[in-house]
Design a protein around this ligand. Structure first.
Ligand code: SF4
Length: 65
């Protein structure tokens, strides 16, 4: 799975960094940055939680083959 972030639409509410610190951190401009986009079994739930809780609905997971 790959994590996608539509950064331009980020509201900067830091939900993602709280629930999925393996994937997100806040950038200097107040928007979230993706630290990495490839998931692994240990942290996939983190990514799923961020996608479901992001108030802007701009985090998604995509199957990659
Ligand atoms: S939870 Fe969504 S809106 Fe909030 S900082 Fe993260 S990506 Fe941006």
């Amino acid at each position: 799975m790959k994590v996608l972030l539509d950064r331009e639409r980020c509201l900067g509410e830091s939900v993602c960094t709280a629930v999925a610190p393996s994937y997100f951190r806040m950038g200097r401009d107040g928007k979230a940055d993706l630290i990495r986009d490839a998931t692994d079994d240990a942290t996939l739930e983190e990514a799923r939680e961020a996608a479901s809780l992001c108030p802007a609905l701009i985090i998604s997971l995509k199957e990659v083959h």
